[in-house]
Design a protein around this ligand. Structure first.
Ligand SMILES: [Mg+2]
Length: 372
């Protein structure tokens, strides 16, 4: 099953709103940046990472795939994808210039494409190829109703609609104003609108410092918050550990962590309660599994971050026993052969062979960008 072609691609897909912002980021499109990998038997796998649709940096990722990794992959047996992960992620020259960042996002895209190929070769959806589902139901939580850029009335209205009209029982709301008490007031209004039985998580996207997060958390504790996501700077293990010890709101993080070792540092320090790996930031599905296993060994729940808008994580969440709930952001789903689907607040299990990463030809045509 020799690899015969590695063809990178870039798509910039519009969001459901014209633009959104959290405390740190502001975007109008989601970047789907990755590669198709073909084998001599005519099969093809697709994998991608997620970006802010900034073409110049997206081209760094596709250049890394085309110029650095394709020569290491061509002629290799695609079935040996765990060995190929090591060949790429531990390639001395590229590791020298990045054990994280561009080179690792490129590894993610390649690794996902190789798993997609493996599941397609087995003619099974990825979750079944990995060993089958460990759960009957997978609850979705809606993030797309809670952006920081939404005015207070719109935020409350969208949260209520998600619950009352779309059947979500779990939502997430962004926080991170300069005055954290403004966020407390917004969350109080949301809680009043959705009632006591709907689960509410919150996400600070790493903006605040420890004193601000502590002050906020004390005021927000009565609101029954499932988790406080990225309360502090992404790499600051000690401050997250201090917050986790001091607050009754559980800490969630992981979407900015590139490696198994980074996750281990947070877990060893007791600095995280909900573990949030992402196949598009870690080195793909291979490293995600290692992180999910690590969480399982600590008896901590996994709640993936949706850098691929849950096209892949829905498979991994039905399969891995540490999985808890899964993020829902419907930005890119309709550009894929098998879109993610949520009914009455629960994910529908995918049934098509592969990892859910095959884009529609029409979407590639319409939203594809030149690799430069
Ligand atoms: Mg987040």
């Amino acid at each position: 099953m020799k690899i015969t072609a590695v063809d990178p691609f870039i798509m910039h897909l519009p969001l459901t709103a014209s633009s959104i912002a959290d405390s740190t980021h502001s975007i109008t499109h989601w970047g789907v940046v990755g590669t198709r990998i073909r084998t001599e038997d005519g099969l093809e796998g697709w994998g991608f990472t997620g970006t802010h649709a900034h073409l110049a940096s997206d081209r760094l990722i596709t250049a890394c795939i085309r110029d650095c990794y394709a020569p290491l992959l061509l002629g290799e047996d695609a079935r040996d994808h765990r060995r190929l992960w090591k060949k790429l992620a531990r390639n001395p020259a590229t590791q020298w210039v990045g054990r994280a960042g561009i080179t690792h996002l490129a590894v993610a895209a390649v690794d996902i494409a190789l798993w997609d190929l493996a599941a397609k070769r087995a003619d099974l959806p990825l979750w079944r190829h990995l060993g089958g589902a460990t759960r009957e139901h997978l609850d979705a939580y809606n993030t797309d109703i809670g952006w920081l850029s939404f005015g207070d009335d719109l935020l409350v209205d969208l949260c209520r609609k998600a619950v009352e009209e779309e059947g979500f029982r779990r939502i997430k709301v962004k926080v991170g104003h300069d005055n954290p008490m403004r966020d407390v007031r917004r969350l109080e209004a949301v809680r009043r609108a959705i009632g006591p039985d709907v689960t509410m998580a919150i996400d600070g996207n790493g903006k605040w410092d420890l004193p601000t997060a502590l002050r906020f958390a004390r005021a927000a504790e009565p609101l029954d918050i499932l988790w406080f996501e990225e309360p502090l700077w992404y790499d600051d293990v000690a401050s997250h550990a201090a917050l986790a010890r001091s607050s009754r709101i559980p800490v969630a993080l992981g979407e900015q962590l590139y490696t198994l070792d980074a996750f281990r540092s947070f877990l060893d320090a007791g600095a995280v309660h909900f573990v949030q790996p992402d196949v598009t930031r870690l080195g793909g599905i291979t490293e995600y599994i290692e992180v999910a296993d690590l969480a399982l060994a600590h008896r901590l729940p996994v709640a993936p971050h949706a850098g691929e808008m849950s096209q892949v994580h829905v498979h991994l969440s039905f399969w891995h026993p540490a999985s808890s709930i899964l993020e829902y952001i419907p930005w890119i789903k309709d550009h894929f052969a098998e879109p993610i689907r949520v009914v009455d607040g629960r994910y529908v299990r995918p049934e098509q062979p592969g990892a859910g990463t095959t884009p529609l030809a029409a979407s590639l045509e319409t939203h594809g960008k030149s690799l430069g």
